[in-house]
Design a protein around this ligand. Structure first.
Ligand SMILES: Cc1ncc(COP(=O)(O)O)c(C=O)c1O
Length: 483
């Protein structure tokens, strides 16, 4: 096990020239240095470098191997995106630069918004939100502003959310001040239309819908759903986290969605945050454009400008114009694939998922016997004495990242698998072989699965305790989570 950095104590040698912290401090005004001395690890440069390099090797990433985390769309991010985002003229610009000095950057924002409008069918777009969930709250605030402007006398204080929804949907609705009412799914995995009709009253502001839903199924009744919602005076919010399944096949605006967020890190191959910057672009119908966050980039003649004049705007939802270099990566991805490549993304994502589902269904039950979209759900056999958690942990020993587990909540012991369009048949076949072998182990040697993972730096941890007893700071001698 790698030590923590505070446990290293080695004297620097004069053969590794290092910066002298005291010399650096001399240049910092005293008031910024703080009154208390900070306890820093006392060790030498080479141990610091080796420590962090060792830690980085313990991480699993999509650059290490297959990462079939359903709903999260861990597609491989092509390195050309990074090359472009690293161009001096893009990485080095300051957000306060005058418009005339950053015409190229404004053009990228304007064009990326146009590309997103083109593939989604929406008329309005903003790149400002910094994540999918941030896009959700932006979209729901747009809906709120729309109702307040158009029907001020009508109290619409409820948002409908299906029982398959991602947790961020009800959380978003509640954060925006709405009551959340759940809508049931039927035995096909679609929204139960009767239940929807019963829940659709004049108090409903919107239905938040993910299509394909989190079971990986295309909502067959989408046109009827959008008709029912609109007839009631409510709006249809689209959670676009699964948009890669539709890319090039269907435009969500044509299905009746009024507003939808796009997780650029899922569909458009930008890095997944990991706490870092992301982007959750939001597309809207024409009716919602007046409420979009400011500023918007507009084009007059050949020139681009920031437009702040928008009387009904919900305001700003993030500093400056969102995470610009993430937008650059998505822009590079669009250009590299071109219209022809983009048009094939959805087809390949759906084909890969169906290939995997078809092969794995021989060993693991699949709850819905339908063609899936870009992901699918399967479970362990009821007769097995191992749980989904045991299978997920054992997958680590085969060198893969586990799939999403115990989500969506309506499938008991769910494992949710999403290969994405970037994986090759060879990689998927290796995964299938591993899961076939694992299914045999589940019958012959369940105890082995219960002890897994056996090959990772950290074994089975007490996840409930880790969640409830958050100790985020190193305390000497306290090896809490592993005991
Ligand atoms: C269906 C769905 N909706 C919303 C989100 C939230 O997106 P983000 O993680 O970008 O905030 C996710 C993320 O996994 C998701 O899968």
């Amino acid at each position: 096990m790698e030590k923590v950095i505070f446990e290293y104590h080695s004297q620097p040698t004069s053969y590794v020239p290092a910066a002298d912290p005291a010399a650096v401090n001399k240049h910092i005004p005293a008031e910024f240095l703080g009154a208390e001395e900070v306890t820093l690890p006392q060790t030498c440069e080479q141990d610091v470098i080796r420590h962090f390099t060792a830690l980085s090797k313990l991480n699993y990433s999509v650059d290490n191997g297959f990462y079939p985390l359903g709903s999260c769309t861990m597609k491989y991010n092509p390195k050309v995106n990074e090359t472009v985002a690293d161009f001096d003229g893009l990485a080095g610009i300051h957000p306060y630069s005058p418009e005339e000095c950053v015409q190229g950057a404004l053009k990228i924002i304007y064009e990326l918004e146009s590309f997103l409008k083109e593939v989604s069918g929406f008329s309005g777009m903003t790149l400002q939100p910094a994540a999918g969930a941030h896009g959700e709250i932006t979209g729901i605030l747009l809906i709120k502003a729309y109702h307040q402007k158009n029907q001020p006398e009508q109290k619409r204080n409820v948002i409908l959310v299906p029982d398959t929804a991602h947790g961020t949907n009800p959380a978003t609705a509640a954060l925006a001040g709405y009551q959340v009412r759940q809508v049931k799914s039927d035995n096909q995995g679609d929204i139960d239309l009767e239940d929807l009709q019963q829940n659709l009253g004049l108090d409903v502001a919107a239905l938040m819908l993910t299509n394909p839903n989190t079971l990986g199924l295309f909502e067959k009744n989408i046109l009827e759903i959008s008709h029912l919602v609109h007839k009631n005076g409510a709006l249809l919010y689209g959670d676009g986290a699964n948009f890669n399944a539709l890319l090039g096949l269907v435009k969500p605006a044509e299905l009746g969605f009024d507003v939808m967020h796009f997780n650029l890190h899922k569909t458009f191959s930008t890095p997944h945050g990991g706490g870092g910057p992301g982007a959750g672009a939001v597309g809207t119908s024409k009716d919602l454009i007046p409420f979009l966050p400011v500023p918007q980039v507009i084009k007059k003649g050949k020139n681009y400008f920031w437009e702040y004049r928008q009387a009904n705007s919900i305001g700003k939802v993030r500093s400056f114009y969102g995470n610009f270099l993430i937008a650059v990566r998505a822009y590079a991805y669009f250009l590299a694939l071109g219209a022809e490549g983009i048009a094939k993304v959805g087809r390949q994502a759906v084909l890969n998922a169906n290939y995997l589902m078809h092969k794995l269904a021989k060993f693991y039950p699949v709850p819905y016997h339908r063609t899936c979209m870009h992901e699918f759900v399967m479970t362990p056999h009821q007769a097995w004495s191992v749980s989904t958690l045991d299978i997920a942990k054992r997958i680590i020993d085969y060198g893969f990242h586990p799939p999403t587990i115990y989500f969506p909540l309506i499938v008991h012991e769910a494992m949710m698998i999403e290969p994405t369009e970037t994986e090759t048949k060879e990689t998927m076949d290796t995964f299938i072989q591993a899961l076939e072998q694992l299914a045999a182990e589940a019958v012959q040697n369940p105890e082995l699965l219960k002890k897994a993972p056996l090959t990772s730096p950290v074994g089975r941890i007490d996840e409930a305790r880790a969640g409830r007893q958050l100790i985020l700071k190193y305390e000497k001698g306290r090896d809490t989570l592993l005991t």
